[in-house]
Design a protein around this ligand. Structure first.
Ligand code: PL3
Ligand code: FE2
Ligand code: FE2
Length: 231
């Protein structure tokens, strides 16, 4: 069970490790930056939750700073151009929904899909991270569960009214996650993270979230299988 070992045998100073880290580090910095912006944008659609959403957005800004420090610690420059491309499709779908005032796809994209993706990635990364990054990531992942919970709670309260919209947002955006996983597979492997473990953890987090919101097991199977064949 290499993923569970406390001190994996990884040399964090090799050119290969640092090259892969420049893209992964770029991805998490860009992801945290977009999450920060997305929670601020959500205040326009959910003014009654403004204070809570601003609190979440500030946490995302802190996460970004933490991961910037992880890159600096390894003397790596994050590849932010690559990272913007990596998130471009999800980013566009969020913007289009926000402009149309559609809160449901925005919550599905940010609070369900992106947060579950982050939780899976951070959980798998922690046991293979360098000691500095491990400490930072352990703090970050705790926060991400509260962000996921925000989306779950709102979607659960409005479940009957928004069920179809959640399914539509899932159909549009979940296949993008599998594409993103494929794009990051090689670099993640260099960092000691297996794609299978990422997929498995993501499926568990996402399935649990859908279940908490009110979907049946049958719905969850149907929804989370979408596009998975491509992974
Ligand atoms: C929202 O709070 C955070 C959004 C960040 C999304 C990150 C996705 C990461 C996928 C890349 C897998 C490698 C992770 C390595 C961890 C440092
Ligand atoms: Fe975050
Ligand atoms: Fe988050």
């Amino acid at each position: 069970m290499p993923q569970l070992q406390a001190s994996p045998d990884i040399d964090f100073s090799t050119a290969t490790y640092r090259d892969a880290y420049s893209r992964i580090n770029g991805i998490v910095i860009e992801g945290e930056q977009e999450a920060h912006a997305n929670y601020i944008r959500l205040t326009e659609m959910l003014p009654e939750h403004k204070d809570e959403l601003l609190r979440l957005s500030k946490m995302e800004a802190r996460h970004k700073k933490g991961f910037e420090a992880c890159g600096r610690n390894l003397e790596v420059t994050p590849d932010l151009d690559f990272a913007q491309q990596f998130f471009a499709d999800l980013h566009r779908n969020f913007q289009v929904a926000a402009e149309a005032g559609q809160v449901v796809p925005c919550l599905v994209i940010q609070s369900l899909i992106i947060e579950c993706f982050a939780i899976a990635a951070y959980n798998i990364y922690i046991p293979v991270a360098d000691p500095f990054a491990r400490k930072i990531t352990e703090g970050v992942v705790k926060d991400e569960y509260t962000h996921l919970n925000f989306g779950e709670e709102w979607l659960k309260e409005n479940f009957n009214r928004v069920k179809d919209e959640i399914e539509a947002a899932n159909r549009q955006n979940l296949p993008l996650v599998w594409r993103m996983l494929n794009e990051v597979e090689q670099d993640a492997k260099v960092l000691g993270m297996e794609k299978e473990a990422l997929v498995e953890d993501f499926m568990i987090q996402y399935g649990e979230a859908l279940s908490n919101i009110g979907f049946s097991t049958k719905d969850i199977m149907r929804m989370s299988a979408l596009g998975l064949a491509a992974a």
